[in-house]
Design a protein around this ligand. Structure first.
Ligand code: ATP
Ligand code: MG
Length: 687
């Protein structure tokens, strides 16, 4: 095994090896470890190697806590670590080591909170609100306390939630958050405070947690020294990827779990911090070295294994102008295949056409669709492209985009399960009872009020007397509900039961029931992949907590398909070819980005997009593009030019082309050699 281990380590460069072996051998150096390095330098691979290495040396996978940015990233890490481990152990097949504690901060938080629920006074059957539910509850609470009837200028529910979330995640007082990020709402400070108080009360009464609560409760839990010690002692190793995008709560959680930083490894790149709009702070990674009772060891990686040198050159140039960062310049010896392209197109329709053609050309050249991605700033920016792809029958999957989980019928079915899981959850309860003909909003509210008062809310359902029109259907529902609440029922039998109850309603409610039926059946099929109802609901809700992830969409799974993704969701990933849409001022940077700090974040966003490319990078600049702006509440066209982050001088590093080629002019094929010779000869004749 030692030999195989040495062989695996030999595949790494020296700095990577140092990070992998840190504190693993005898005379263990238990200092916390910070790997800070640029894009594509192997931070994530190094982390995967480190996990494999730890396990090969006898670490118990149960005692490794691995925190990633998305569940997809956690699974990928598990897979990569499995590959390495198989090599080290000399196994033929890759049996991935189950890493039971690999996941996102939010997902792991949900699990720990449920485990320790009794000790922190939380009901173990709590359910989790996604952004939509959270906004709706915020809206309900707002009308409950009479704020809705106020002037129309009062911030919308989505804005209210965003403000609340900023306060919770950033630890700054409301007044400060308002002044800095929501100045147009500052006049409502007192009302907002009242609203947020009522919102917190409502969540507690209903035993629901929103995304922010998962971190907040976790942080509060480990602020209790005894509990911190108890939870911290469960993990010998805590590893975090993408540390530059964590917030203060997340840093506080790590400090509480590992006060001396021993066994703690974080990796990240300050130049890729793109989540400060959500309360993440790059200070976490910059301040990491001095946060623990022993100083951290810092490892930097400079060699890039992902991209070609021309791609690195243009990416480095974009980030080199950044105001504040750890200076690092990436290099590679990967052979290049031409320069990155800067493509001028007249508008978004032509942009879509260009991308579709280029994608097909790449496929002709041997690049599977799956190894190509199209990135854009906001989900709506891919609309024209989606049409074009559909027109040409090019299959695609959109990350973090198509709102499968937000479709009414999918939410309905999930609500049935949620309501069974947590009878006090009013959003789910309201949704489900409204499906029953003859039950109106007032009846639902009466029922839910009665349930809120009851010791045994489930029993209220059985005893409830609905209006006579609803009596028969109510009896059917009550019977199913009792079964769903029965502890003996084994998952995913509940799903079958819930689906069986819901399908007739779906048929009755929707003209396009056939299509919708496919979705809910797909959802039901997914159920068997989860250990329990609670895990299914939690993970489906959390993934994506914010932007990302693999949606359980139509069954494209084995086919080849193009990836469409927002830049935020593309974090950490790589493709052979990458197209970036709308690389124009007004989009990147967005014209709402005003402050110097916001502008810097926009620069990093472009850097993240460009550094996803391995061989081919295409930046598209439509001269005219359409923006939907929430801030001004309206749509408009924008005539724009190339992003300010690529100067005229830097633009010359790109192959610049105009598309479609101007009519009448031949495409830019170099003239045959003989003509050049002839011209030379003719010129020479005049000298
Ligand atoms: P990002 O900042 O975008 O998250 P990263 O630093 O995490 O990037 P990885 O995704 O881990 O980088 O690695 C980028 C690519 O380089 C991957 O394809 C990986 O397999 C490859 N790679 C990393 N280290 C090596 C190595 N020592 N030898 C060969 N390939 C490597
Ligand atoms: Mg990475």
């Amino acid at each position: 095994q030692e030999e195989r281990l040495a062989a695996v380590l030999a595949e790494l460069n020296e700095a990577q090896r140092a990070a992998v072996e840190h504190g693993v051998c005898e005379a263990a150096d238990m200092r916390p470890l910070l790997v800070i390095a640029g894009a594509g330098s192997g931070k994530t691979s190094t982390l995967a190697h480190r996990v494999a290495h730890l396990i090969a040396r006898g670490a118990d996978p149960q005692r490794i806590l691995l925190l990633t940015f998305s569940r997809r990233a956690a699974q990928e890490m598990e897979r990569r670590a499995g590959q390495v481990l198989a090599k080290v152990l000399g196994l033929r097949s890759e049996a991935p080591p189950a890493l039971p504690w690999a996941g996102t901060f939010h997902g792991i938080g949900a699990r720990l909170l449920r485990e320790y629920a009794a000790q922190i006074g939380l009901d173990v059957s709590f359910t989790i609100h996604d952004r939509g539910d959270a906004e709706d509850l915020m809206g309900l609470v707002r009308s409950d306390i009479g704020l809705a009837a106020m002037e129309r200028r009062f911030p919308r529910k989505g804005t209210c939630l965003a403000i609340y979330s900023r306060v919770v995640n950033g630890g700054a007082p409301l007044a400060e958050v308002l002044a800095q990020a929501f100045p147009w709402c500052a006049e409502w400070e007192a009302e907002l405070k009242r609203l947020f108080g009522a919102y917190v009360e409502a969540k507690q009464a209903q035993q629901v947690l929103d995304y922010d609560d998962l971190l907040l409760y976790w942080a509060e839990m480990v602020a209790e020294p005894a509990l911190a010690a108890q939870v911290g002692a469960r993990f010998d190793h805590v590893l975090v990827d993408e540390y530059q995008d964590t917030n203060l709560l997340q840093a506080a959680i790590l400090r509480a779990l590992k006060p001396d930083g021993s066994g703690l490894t974080v990796v990240g790149d300050d130049a890729q911090a793109i989540y400060s709009f959500r309360g993440a702070t790059v200070r976490n990674i910059l301040d990491f070295p001095g946060q623990f009772t022993q100083p951290a060891r810092i490892v930097t990686l400079e060699r890039n294994y992902r991209s070609t040198q021309p791609i690195l050159d243009v990416s480095n140039a974009v980030i080199a102008a950044a105001a504040e960062r750890h200076a690092k310049t990436l290099w590679t010896d990967k052979p290049s295949v031409g320069r990155p392209q800067l493509v001028l197109v007249p508008d978004e329709a032509q942009q879509a056409r260009f991308v579709a053609e280029r994608v097909l050309a790449h496929r002709e050249g041997g690049l599977a669709l799956k190894s190509q991605a199209v990135l854009f700033r906001t989900s709506s920016h891919s609309a024209a492209l989606e049409l074009e792809l559909a027109r040409r029958n090019i299959p695609f999957v959109k990350y973090g985009g198509l709102k499968f989980l937000e479709a009414a019928h999918v939410k309905d079915l999930l609500a049935v399960l949620r309501f069974a899981q947590n009878p006090r959850g009013r959003m789910a309860g309201f949704r489900v009872t409204q499906l029953i003909p003859g039950i109106g909003p007032a009846t639902s509210t009466r029922l839910l009020d009665a349930m809120a008062q009851a010791e045994e809310p489930g029993a209220v359902i059985q005893a409830f007397q609905p209006p006579s029109a609803a009596r028969e259907e109510w009896a059917r529902f009550a019977a199913i509900y009792a079964q769903l609440r029965a502890p003996a029922l084994a998952w995913p039998a509940d799903m079958e039961l819930a689906l069986g109850w819901y399908l007739p309603h779906l048929e009755r409610l929707h003209d396009d029931a056939g299509l919708r039926r496919g979705d809910v059946e797909q959802l039901a099929r997914l159920a068997s992949g989860y250990a329990s109802r609670e895990r299914f609901l939690t993970e489906l809700t959390l993934d994506p907590p914010e932007a990302t992830s693999d949606r359980p969409g139509p069954p494209l799974l084995d086919e080849d398909y193009l990836i469409l993704s927002t830049i935020h969701s593309a974090k950490g990933q790589e493709w052979r070819s990458v197209h970036v849409l709308n690389v124009v001022d007004g989009c990147i940077p967005a014209d709402v980005a005003q402050g110097a700090q916001e502008l810097e974040e926009e620069r990093r966003l472009l850097y993240v997009a460009m550094t996803r490319a391995r061989d081919h990078l295409h930046l598209i600049v439509p001269q005219r593009f359409y923006v939907t702006q929430q801030a001004v509440r309206g749509d408009r066209h924008l005539y724009a030019g190339r992003t300010r982050f690529i100067s005229a001088a830097e633009a010359t590093r790109f192959e610049q082309l105009t598309w479609p080629p101007p009519a009448g002019r031949a495409p830019a094929v170099p003239p045959p050699a003989s003509v050049i010779d002839l011209q030379k000869r003719l010129r020479a004749a005049w000298r």
